[in-house]
Each structure stands twice: as structure tokens, then as C-alpha cells.
Design a protein around this ligand. Sequence first.
Ligand code: CUA
Length: 326
Amino acid sequence: MARPLMTRGPAGVAALLLLAGCVNIQSPLAPTGDQANALHRLLVLMTIVCGAVYAVVLGGLVWSLCRARQRLKRDRDDRLLDRGLWTAAAVIVVGLTVLIVGSFVAERALVATRDDPVLHVRVTGHQWWWRIQYRDPASGGWVETANELHLPVGRTTRVSLGSADVIHSFWVPNVAGKIDMIPGRRNQIDLTPRRAGWFRGQCAEFCGTQHAHMALDVKVDAPADFDRWLIAQARPAGTGAPATFVRSCAACHTVRGTSAVGRAGPDLTHVAARRSIAAGTLPMTRGALQGWIQQPQALKPGTSMPAVPMSAADGLAVADYVAGLR
Ligand code: CUA
């Protein structure tokens, strides 16, 4: 078996760092959306202003230490101290003014699109997954999916956020800033992505043992591709559910167009079209599906998904069915 990169000494660690630098699918330093851009500009401004103040303060400290060794006349020292204090006050006033103006401009940029959202999406946090509902422009109803957020490039999506249990936090750093998901309250965030591709979101508020396994795959598509995707998501599943699935899974999961209408867990109508299982925990393969169905507590300890007792043959049948839900 190949050894992981980390165990191969300094060269392996260096390779890992280089690879990490190339990925950039979950980084506020690689903004690809209007809101993330506004925050990135503010971050750069704050780093420059605070860095300059830090350098001036350290410079002053070094200078005064050097001066202390020289014996100077007291009145000349007093004049220098006076001048230094006035300069420090001026630097503080100018620095704070620049930061206030910068944060005001960033704030304006975040709400600039607020009167013209194109698409409405509701995202609800659960321990430990994301319920996602799209307002269907065709029917006016809601189309439900989970754990994978699709966005049209160049359009503004208004996401309304809530929680079903504890406080979570919605964060797709390449596209926008983070915002808490609070039980009993709906927060809003606008997302205007400017580059197509896959990105990664992550719950950013500790919400229990599997907080780290509460990831969100984000796919930014060309508008026409997005429209096609939404139409496909709105359709019911193509085939009826086998009896084993209905017996073991239907109490918690919905597969639209079948008798499975449970609401406790993610909607599975087109689950096999998603990129991962269990909120980014495993890649979407038939083998991973079977493992997840038969041993969820081994793969994600503490998850609300129970290990439903079933034979290996039944597990295989359920995995085969779920793997066909595209
Ligand atoms: Cu949800 Cu951390």
C-alpha cells in the first residue's frame, strides 16, 4: 500500500503544502464571487494598515532602546518624545479612518445586490448535514435536495439560512463571507459567484462531534446548465422503491414519486447525482453507499443515521437502488 505523503519526511510535507496551495477550493484568499472579493479587498487593506502600524511601533521601540544607551540632554529628549507622541496620534487617526472607510465600502458592496436577487434558496442546518430547497421559477414550489449547493455563475442567489437543532454557520469562503444559522431565526446572505467550478463550503461553528464532517459541495454552473440541473432535480425518481428500501429507509428519507416520504434525513430523490455522501464524508460510489447504509456509526460516529439491521444481500439491494437515483 502506498504510504501517505505526510509520512515521507520533509519532502512529503513540502509536497503536501504545495498541493494544498494549488487546490484553493475552500479559501477566502482565492475569491471568485462579488461578496468574497469585497471581503478580500478589506482583508488586504487591514493587513497593510495594521502591518504598517506594527512596523512603526516596533521601529520606535528599537530606536528608543538604542537611544537609551546614549546620554542626551534632558530637554532635547523631551522635545523628541513630544514629537513622537504627536506622530503616533496622527498615525492612529489616519489608520483608523482608512479602516472605517474601508469597512463601510465593503459593507456597501455586500448589500449592493440586495434589491435584485434572481434565485431564492433556503438552507437549513442539521446535525450534521444541509437541507437545501430551491424556489422553482416554473412551479413556484420548493425543490428539495441536500449537501450539494448549485449556483448559476454571474447571477445573484439569495440564501435564507436557518437551523433545525443547534447553531451552525454557513461558509463558502471562495464565494462569500460566513453567517450563522440560528434556530428560530432566518439569516440571509447573497451569493454572486463569478467563476464556474467546484468549491467547498464548511460549517464554521462547532455544532457537535461531527462538526468537521459537515461539509458542503458547491457547484457553480453556467446559467443554462444550472437551469437544466434544476429542472432535472424537480423531477420525481424514475423507478419505484424496492420493499427493502421502503422497510428500512422510508421512515426518514424521501424519494419523490415513491412511498418514501420521511423528513428526518436528506432527500434522496437524486442522491446518486451528488458528488459525496453524508455531507462530504465519503465520495459517491456504490461501495461507499453500501458501507454507509450498513455501518453509518463506524464511518461518522454520532450521526443520526442508525444502523438498520439488514442482511448483506438486503444492504446490497438498497445500495444498488440508491446508486441508481440519479
Ligand atoms: Cu454544523 Cu458545525
